[in-house]
Design a protein around this ligand. Structure first.
Ligand SMILES: [Zn+2]
Length: 164
């Protein structure tokens, strides 16, 4: 018995009815989404998109990190992206905890000191979102023709509100 047998079994069913072959990997709808790793977020379906339509980059909090910018630059220049949505969400642990709280909780779970581990918490989600939008729009390799928006996804209603 392997640790992943249930998932591999599900994958076999998925592959038996596979219909996504033949794509070339570009974002067919021209969309890139940067959002949180939160399991309540379904990035494609929340925007009426399907596999093949969008580039998706996820991390805790849906932040514009150096790696997110790498993805965006590749998306814009090589993968057909011309609209970018940055989408943090309500009730996000990264935006509702302090750095010390997360370190304490992880320390308790791990049974070892986690005080050295950064989690990059956000104390003002909309301000952080505005800063993240600016990181993208001011990037020298993101042309002004690319439209960038900052949004908050409500995990209780499914709605997305544009904030920036
Ligand atoms: Zn989150």
């Amino acid at each position: 018995m392997g640790d992943f047998d249930d998932l591999l079994s599900a994958n076999a069913d998925y592959a038996a009815d596979f219909k996504l072959q033949g794509f070339d990997g570009v974002a067919r709808a021209g969309v890139a989404i940067v959002t949180c790793m939160d399991s309540r977020i379904d990035p494609l379906r929340m925007l009426g998109l399907e596999p093949g339509d969008a580039k998706i980059f996820r991390n805790p909090g849906g932040r514009i990190t150096p790696q997110a910018l790498e993805a965006i630059v590749l998306g814009v220049h090589l993968l057909n992206v011309d609209r970018i949505l940055i989408v943090p969400h309500t009730r996000c642990a990264v935006a509702t905890s302090t750095e010390d709280e997360l370190r304490r909780r992880v320390s308790e779970s791990a049974g070892v000191d986690a005080s050295w581990q950064p989690f990059h918490v956000v104390d003002d989600q909309v301000r952080a979102l505005a800063e993240d939008v600016a990181k993208v729009t001011s990037h020298p390799l993101v042309p002004a023709t690319v439209r960038v928006g900052g949004f908050v996804y409500d995990v209780d209603t499914g709605r997305i509100d544009q904030k920036v």
